[in-house]
Ligand binder design. Structure first.
Ligand code: BDP
Length: 707
């Protein structure tokens, strides 16, 4: 295959394809990314005139002036000032109305709002050119205001703004893996945004900007601390700090949750045990919950990582996960929720790690209290660039189940380059479990949570394009039927430009980006090939870690003859955890989704693929395309120079340069290692590997971030 610059040029054109004649529609000034998708770029003069009556502080309000309604008015006011740059209209034509107050203004009811879930809103054009935002609750008015501003920002006009929108999922949550000392586990955007040390007296104004950004995409719950939790965050002094945040975020509709360390009664409570059936332990948690609710009446509840990766839990006392979760659920009562994580695997258990969560939790179906939610990662392993959906989805019909996604890119390049994650989440949301629906259908009655990628960096997420992942997470939790492309187009228009050529070019760069990363890090269903600890860069050769299932060699099982993990009946039989229809399809390599081939099958290097290539040739080809696409994306971005403000353009260009270096490194190191096992030559035309395997193995990064 030709691997020259001509090909990269053509790929770049395909990926970006910005019309050569396009000129920027507005003058570009340097931007640092702090304003996210809420930057409210100026409209053209004609657009501004047309939008003026609908944006601005002078809206008609048919609702009691609560702090949340005030925010909705402020949001429209700010958009008016920022986007139109004009004095507010003396004849405002926008009405914000609670459904129960509509008739007092002489406006018709919207029947779609009857019985709609909290936060729903409708935007309607009514008589004399007015636009009416209606909701059953104040938060719906705020969401409706954000939606209208988003529509104008993305399209330049209020035309076609009419919409009825109801959140698909009640819980739309961020999990911060932030430690109280400011370090963020798996964080690549600087230190934590939470300044616990100076709370409660000092509230960083950024806490308000953060809440506003979340509310603008419908996020309504935040777990403020790491699942690997410190017990002292349950002490009274921290409850005072948390109260300050909860008070600040309440008008934005955000409820706070705490990660709770299961051994807290021992760690900070002076008890000799944390056994969940011990009456003193239950009483301690009950008193703790009462103390929290006295300060924070709408406290969301506890998130718990128990008996996993060294965390304490009910099994330390011979009790089940259900007994542990239910004890905490009783302490909260109907005031709140226990979110219990299903990410559990044991050191002493040598069954296929991807099977352990199912084995642990499926038999407990029906045993959890009604205010317990089981939080299940998208795949059965651990946030890899690609995994099949978790077999627990659909297997717990009598349990509340919520989806856990990772927004921070621990295993997907951390904060370099462009990797847009909506396609990954859509893949799992749309997966048919074969047991009563898609993953989206199963989790929608409960919710979705995302491990945040937010830090104290000026642009919040380390790279500008990672803002899109925060945005897309919120949008999908609100409406999982949105396409990755719709979300990318909206975000790009709001964040960079709504000029159609450059906008669509950026959208194409985003849509293919996760697949590019999969190609250069682990194609055809390979997973968990990263280096140890920090998880940065390739480490397929690693095979000497204390626990078998921490080693990449455990997952790829490559040797002289072949590669892949046999999870069929002849191997671990993980397939038996899926619905029979799916297990049957995936048990044969010929009918397995090719993207999961080596996840489920161990195959010889000369296995003939559908393409006619051998497995080895196919792998080389995939890695090669990953590198080419990274190169093409970099070139595509260069062609966008005239359309993007210089500061952000330069930052993204640097990110893409790093990504290309990393793509080459992953490809070269991985191929070099596979070759060391089987000794096969590279297929004709494949780029040579510049260094010896030993050189790749010798690279170490003890200082890599996020550990
Ligand atoms: C793993 C991360 C680790 C987390 C763990 C979890 O490497 O830092 O604590 O997930 O989800 O992927 O608990």
């Amino acid at each position: 295959m030709m691997r020259g610059t001509g090909l990269v040029n053509r790929l770049a054109m395909l990926i970006v394809a910005v019309g050569a004649a396009m000129v920027p529609f507005a003058s570009l000034h340097a931007e640092d990314g702090y304003d996210l998708w809420l930057r409210q770029a100026p409209l053209s003069a004609a657009e501004a005139q047309a939008a003026r009556p609908y944006l601005g502080r002078g809206v008609q309000v048919l609702a009691a002036m609560s702090p949340t309604v005030q925010l909705a008015v402020d949001e429209l006011g700010q958009a008016g000032a920022g986007m139109t740059g004009l004095e507010p209209s003396t004849h405002p034509a926008l009405v914000l109305a609670r459904a129960d107050r509509l008739e007092s203004g002489g406006y018709p009811k919207d029947p779609r709002l009857a019985g709609a879930p909290p936060g729903s809103y409708s935007i309607r054009a009514v008589h004399s050119g007015r636009i009416l935002i209606t909701a059953n609750d104040d938060l719906g008015l705020l969401y409706g205001a954000f939606a209208l501003v988003r529509h104008v920002g993305a399209t330049g006009t209020v035309a076609d703004a009419e919409a009825f929108s109801a959140p698909a999922m009640p819980l739309r949550m961020l999990n911060h893996w932030d430690n109280p000392d400011g370090h963020v586990e798996r964080g690549y955007a600087g230190r934590s945004i939470f300044d616990w040390w100076h709370l409660p007296e000092k509230l960083d104004p950024r806490m308000i900007d953060y809440a506003r950004a979340n509310a603008s995409v419908g996020i309504n719950a935040v777990v403020v601390n790491n699942v690997n939790a410190r017990a002292f965050m349950l002490e009274s002094r921290y409850i005072a700090k948390l109260k300050r945040l909860a008070d600040a975020w309440r008008p934005y509709g955000i409820r706070v949750f705490l990660s709770a360390r299961f051994s807290a009664p021992k760690d900070i409570g002076g008890l000799a045990t944390a056994d969940p059936i011990d009456a003193a332990v239950a009483a301690w948690w009950r008193a703790k919950a009462d103390e929290i609710y006295a300060a924070i009446p709408d406290f969301g509840g506890f998130l718990v990582k128990a008996n996993s990766e060294g965390q304490p839990g009910p099994q330390d006392y011979g009790r089940t996960h259900a007994e542990g979760a239910n004890m905490l659920a009783a302490a909260l009562g109907d005031r709140g929720t226990v979110v219990w994580r299903a990410f559990v695997y044991r050191a002493e258990d040598d069954t296929d790690r991807t099977m352990q969560a199912y084995a642990e939790f499926q038999p407990l179906d029906g045993q959890f209290a009604s205010n317990v939610i089981l939080q299940v990662k998208n795949g059965p392993l651990d946030f890899q660039p690609r995994e099949p959906f978790h077999p627990l989805f659909g297997a717990l019909p009598r349990t509340k189940v919520m989806l856990e996604a990772q927004i921070t890119r621990e295993y997907l390049g951390q904060a370099t380059g462009i990797v847009y994650l909506a396609p990954l989440w859509k893949e799992v949301l749309e997966a048919d479990t074969g047991r009563g629906g898609t993953v989206a259908q199963i989790v929608s009655p409960v919710g979705m949570t995302g491990v945040a990628n937010i830090g104290a960096d000026r642009n919040w997420t380390g790279t500008h394009f990672d803002q899109a992942n925060w945005y897309a997470f919120g949008r999908l939790a609100w409406d999982p039927t949105l396409t990755s492309e719709q979300i990318a187009r909206e975000w790009t228009a709001l964040t960079f430009t709504r000029a159609p050529g450059p906008r669509d070019g950026i959208v194409r760069m985003m849509l293919t980006s996760r697949e590019t990363l999969v190609k250069y890090t682990g194609p055809l269903g390979l997973a968990h090939l990263m280096a140890t600890g920090h998880h940065y860069g390739p480490g397929p050769w690693v095979c000497d870690l204390e626990r078998a299932d921490w080693n990449p060699c455990y997952y790829h099982r490559a040797d002289r003859r072949g590669i892949g993990f046999d999870r069929t009946a002849t191997g671990s039989d993980a397939l038996a955890q899926y619905a029979p229809s799916i297990a049957a399809r995936w048990s044969d390599p010929a009918t397995t989704d090719p993207r999961h081939l080596l996840w489920f099958h161990h195959l010889p290097w000369d296995h003939r693929m559908a393409s006619g290539r051998t497995l080895w040739e196919e792998l080389v080809n995939a890695y090669g395309w990953g590198v080419l696409e990274a190169q093409a994306r970099q070139q595509g971005w260069t062609s966008l120079t005239p359309h993007i403000d210089p500061e952000r353009h330069a930052a993204v260009a640097a990110d893409l340069a790093i990504q290309l270096t990393e793509a080459r490194w992953w490809r070269d190191a991985s191929l070099s290692f596979w070759q060391s096992l089987h000794g096969l030559p590279l297929p004709v035309g494949a780029a040579p590997i510049p260094e010896r395997l030993e050189a790749y193995k010798a690279r170490t990064f003890p200082e890599a971030p996020g550990q």
